[in-house]
Design a protein. Sequence first.
Length: 248
Amino acid sequence: MTYEAKAPDKKSDSLGFRPKRFWGGTATIEIDGGFGVALDGRPVKTPKGKLLVLPGVALAQLVEAEWAAVGEYVDYEAMPLTRLSFASVDRMGEVLDDTITEVLRYAETDLLCYPTEYPAALQAREDAAWLPILTWADEALGLPFIQNRTIVHKPQPPETLARIQSLIVAATPYEQAGIMLAIPLLGSVVLALALWRGHLSGEAAFHASRIGEDFQSETWGRDEEAAKRAASMLIQAQSLEIWFRALI
């Protein structure tokens, strides 16, 4: 059930699909015990018609900046914080059980828990990057993970999965939305939690998730299409860092 913070589709987008910009000015406003964005004095609503309410003024100002930067047409793909805001309000409160199930599924096959067996150069690079992060997860979050260098699946400790569940339940819907985008982006619950908690920057988390791909590129040569996809993913990771930091 991983929620992807996508642009609203034609049916669900109350503002229309790639509508022409219809407002002149934007503002950050106080609304319903939080903060929102107004377009010519009218508050922005989510695709499901709910008021877009954010927990802090700093985040609302960042979302407002995306709306202020809109050109002739609204391009939601260029508005990652707005999409995450929509996900937080429209989705997270309704799908907590599915969210937990999805997180635990990823945790059982976490990227950092399945390092390569060969070649030695790649193994050394993964160990140098991943082992300190796994140590941090154990010491800072109480999440001991078991690495597996065989093809036989080894389940993670039940206490680790229980602790992950408690962390997700305790997170706000805004944090949950960011975590649920970060996990499939990075292929790792550990990296997503490290990004959420500020242990890793978006760029550092992204590069930690791409060690194998980068090694292959160095070995066999650069694939331009793959490089473009990676550049887009890096931007998403950096946007997530901005999102999480604004929630503090």
